[in-house]
Ligand binder design. Structure first.
Ligand code: HEC
Ligand code: HEC
Length: 263
């Protein structure tokens, strides 16, 4: 104590105390604001669940039941997880339009915010597969196109066709084309296995292998259409014509030259 009081009258005592006080105010403030920020995210989450429940009651409960418990028309959604809702509603399969055929991809009926509210509501009923985060779906960085192509041919091509164009299955069912699927939806399809598609657990395809498959599908989507010369791409045709004319001209020239020599 004595030693401390000796410093009290030091020239720097004032400034040091000031800095210390400012530091304390700063940390207290950031701790306090962190707690309020945390409670406000919890609030936002409950708001999303409430909003999702309202959307659900209007758009989904007629088939899936007032509490998503399912019924004679549609299965229970308790425990299917946010990923199933994101996939089904995000690809426009749900709300189902025509119950006589397999749920089909169509223009989504809800905005991205509404889809995440619906997903939050269903996830709040019981835990299930979560929507993979953008960090997990970093296929550009962690995927390998060549490996993905190989994995696709052995695991997916028998249903979706070797180029991902889709194909018919038995009993009038079909595996859809993958040319419109977004990376998150492809990942979700693999972890969920909708309808007659098998689930590809992390033991069958590791997360890294899933990213390779996604990278290959994205590359297939970006590939230009194959086939004969299209009117839009006259380049190779004109080049071919040039070689054809020049080459033929040269051959005729040689023939004429040989003929004159032989005489
Ligand atoms: C016209 C009836 C109907 C409506 C409306 C409907 N669904 Fe469905 N839903 C079905 C049927 C039938 C299935 C099961 C067959 C299938 O997956 O194609 C299903 C399946 C699902 C699945 C997959 C369940 C699983 O086990 O993986 C989810 C998720 C889902 N629905 C969510 C929704 C949401 C969210 C809405 C509202 C936006 C909705 N559905 C509206 C009939 C409906
Ligand atoms: C036994 C056949 C079968 C196999 C094998 C299979 N799928 Fe599927 N897949 C399906 C069927 C059927 C659907 C449609 C499900 C539905 O509409 O609910 C589907 C749907 C999908 C969709 C959703 C398409 C969209 O955007 O609408 C994606 C993505 C997908 N599959 C990816 C894959 C990948 C990747 C593999 C390999 C790792 C694979 N599938 C293996 C049958 C299969």
């Amino acid at each position: 104590m004595k030693r401390l009081s000796r410093y009290r009258r030091h020239r720097l005592a004032g400034p040091v105390l000031l800095v210390f006080a400012l530091f304390m105010i700063g940390t207290t403030f950031s701790v306090a604001s962190a707690t309020t920020r945390q409670s406000s995210t919890t609030l936002a989450r409950t708001a999303a669940v409430d909003e999702g429940r309202q959307i659900f009651l209007k758009g989904c409960s007629s088939c899936h039941g007032l509490n998503a418990e399912g019924g004679s028309i549609a299965p229970s959604l308790i425990g299917v997880g946010a990923a199933a809702v994101d996939f089904q509603v995000g690809t426009g399969r749900m709300p189902m339009a025509d119950m006589t055929v397999q749920a089909m991809r169509k223009k989504p009926a809800y905005t991205a915010d509404q889809v995440s509210a619906l997903a939050a509501y269903v996830a709040s009923l019981s835990p299930g597969p979560a929507i993979p985060s953008q960090d997990v779906i970093n296929y550009e960085r962690d995927g390998n196109t060549a490996q993905g192509g190989e994995l696709f041919r052995t695991n997916c091509a028998m249903c979706h066709n070797f180029a991902g164009q889709g194909g018919a299955l038995s009993q009038g069912k079909f595996a859809p084309s993958l040319m419109q699927s977004e990376p998150t939806q492809i990942y979700e399809a693999m972890i969920l296995g909708p309808q007659s598609m098998p689930v590809f657990s992390d033991k069958i395809l590791t997360p890294a292998e899933k990213l390779s498959v996604i990278k290959w599908i994205k590359a297939a989507q970006d590939e230009p259409a194959h086939g004969g010369a299209s009117l839009g791409r006259v380049g190779p045709v004109t080049e071919g014509l040039l070689i054809w004319t020049l080459g033929l001209g040269l051959l005729i020239g040689i023939a004429v030259w040989l003929a004159t020599k032989a005489r």
